[in-house]
Write a protein that binds this ligand. Sequence first.
Ligand code: MTE
Ligand code: CO
Length: 390
Amino acid sequence: KAAGDPLITEIQDWNRYLGEGVDAAPYGSPSEFEAHVVRRNVPWLTADPVSSINFTPLHELDGIITPNGLCFERHHGGTAVINPAEHRLMINGLVDTPLVFTMEDLKRFPRENRVYFLECAANGGMEWRGAQLNGCQFTHGMIHCVVYTGVPLRYLLEEAGVKTNGKWLLAEGADASAMTRSIPMEKALDDCLVAFKMNGEALRAEQGYPLRLCVPGWEGNMWVKWLRRLEVGDEPWHQREETSKYTDLLASGKARRHTWVMDVKSVITSPSPQAPVTHGKGPLVISGLAWSGDGTIKRVDVSIDGGRNWQQARIDGPSLPKALHRFYLDINWDGSDLLLQSRAIDDQGFVQPTKNELRSARGENSIYHNNGIQTWHVNTDGVVENVEVS
Ligand code: MTE
Ligand code: CO
């Protein structure tokens, strides 16, 4: 007679002894068994952690919302620590009445709740010339998606009264990098938010506490954190971050600029190099994320043979504009090698390109706006690697 599983037949300690009381952790933390689910840095990518990035552990997450403590961080001058009582937001330039708001003032405007992804334009920037980093955390983890609570920027601009020649807005951060970006007025008046909450609680310091700008669907660099000033002008300012950075050098030697929208994109998050298949052949859940700065995701196709054949994946959960979408393909794995790919299509009809299509259009000098199709090789042992197919 086979011995019973002691996890069934024996009484375990957690079943025998009382646990901690309700006040043991006034602000909760994840289970101690989830300690490996953390943001990670790639130290050789940048010279110093104050002007660096860490990456969201996409391979460990599900659904569409990123927990606050796992949202990737990108700062150019470290995290500013600001007491909200000492924070001010100024509106100046081509306005009828220059204004200064306290945080308390801002919380008296009507507010909205919106789910948006934020993707750094440099997400995937290391992969332009070939497969490089072994994990979707590193190839695609400069993205997060949270519920923001904030005041539509339109209300603040209306309060100040934009002059008729006010066509551009300069957003400026209060951190040591004084991040500054020019934003066209149509976008500012359309769907931008001045946010003070993420996923229901105050912004994390790393995400711009007490106030950040949300520029839905547009490159993360424009989402100015620790937002302290909005200047209205009649032309763009040509700041560092919109000239020498965040422009795309083409093969011709010309650079594309004002490439604000984050184009349609997707990635399989599991299986992936950090999330290998450990259970052998049989039922296998293939899962991933898709998003588009132009709208919602209409369809995601998945290939298990490197793009020869495609099957339509199942999108599950909310399908919101300019937010992450979660997809699944449930297969019966026969244990053979797989070349996994996903391809997203948005409601404007944009189709995610292959990496080679992207290179023939843009050359190989680019850093930003790499939305090419990712390939993962799964071997017969379930080990997964970042590869490219030609
Ligand atoms: N805002 C300020 N003030 N300072 C910064 O360094 N980094 C930008 C943007 N806003 C930055 C900033 C960049 S490049 C990105 S991708 C996003 O913030 C990152 O936002 P996160 O740290 O919340 O992920
Ligand atoms: Co960025």
